[in-house]
Design a protein around this ligand. Structure first.
Ligand code: TYD
Length: 213
């Protein structure tokens, strides 16, 4: 049996990663790879419950550190219940968001510090870093425009306020890309879905072969 490969997909909102990840999973399956396509909290009951607490709009008093700890807790459960068993069976695991989301969103954009957020996540993941990470890079203005055009409305003041936060998220990702050049595959997500998919698929296949050498 071949070794499992742990692949994460990262990027800001509106980068199209959710569309492309489904295409990647299908194509890899067609080529005979055993694939698990998942996302945090991944349908894991305990992780879903934690996620509800994070996203509950009534929880306005939530402290940013509490938020980071809850993401890490949900991550732990999803990792042990779903990701690890699949890797042990030799699957290619495609996971929509993982620890880099916490580093970019909570660590950098919310200002908790990437090192601190990494430390609490290290307790949760115990060195289970992804073998490779596809990073969908897009200018946040472009990303938000895409989201809003889907909803058929223009960018309003609130969207513009959010823009600052999303700019920071991207800056956070760019720092991570510099820090982990071996792990990160950066993709220009402003291109067409077909081009993004083709580039992502070719890069992934090459990387999977290298990891399994
Ligand atoms: P989701 O609805 O899954 O959106 P997306 O399609 O963008 O992945 O929402 C996930 C949101 O949670 C997204 O805004 C990023 C944020 N997030 C964090 O802030 N920290 C994390 O660790 C994770 C996993 C997600």
């Amino acid at each position: 049996m071949e070794n499992g490969v742990f692949i994460t997909i990262e990027g800001p909102e509106g980068a199209g990663k959710s569309t492309v990840i489904v295409m990647l999973a299908q194509r890899l399956e067609e080529e005979g790879y055993p694939v698990l396509l998942t996302r945090e909290p991944g349908g894991i009951e305990i992780a879903e419950q934690i996620r509800k607490v994070i996203l509950n709009p009534d929880n306005t008093a939530m402290d940013p550190r509490t938020e980071a700890l809850l993401y890490a807790a949900a991550r732990r459960q999803h990792l042990t219940e779903k990701v690890k068993p699949a890797l042990e069976k030799g699957s290619i695991v495609l996971c929509d968001r993982f620890v880099d989301s916490s580093l970019a969103y909570q660590g950098y954009a919310r200002g908790l510090g990437m090192e601190e957020v990494f430390t609490i996540n290290q307790f949760a993941i115990e060195n289970m870093m992804p073998d490779t990470t596809l990073y969908f890079d897009i200018d946040p203005e472009e990303g938000l425009k895409r989201i809003n055009s889907h909803k058929g409305r223009e960018i309003n003041r609130l969207d513009l306020e959010a823009l600052d936060f999303h700019k920071k998220v991207r800056e956070g990702y760019l720092i991570l890309k510099e820090r982990f050049p071996e792990r990160f595959i950066s993709i220009d997500a402003s291109a067409s879905v077909e081009d993004v998919f083709t580039f992502a698929f070719e890069s992934l296949k090459e990387r999977i072969a290298k990891i399994r050498e």
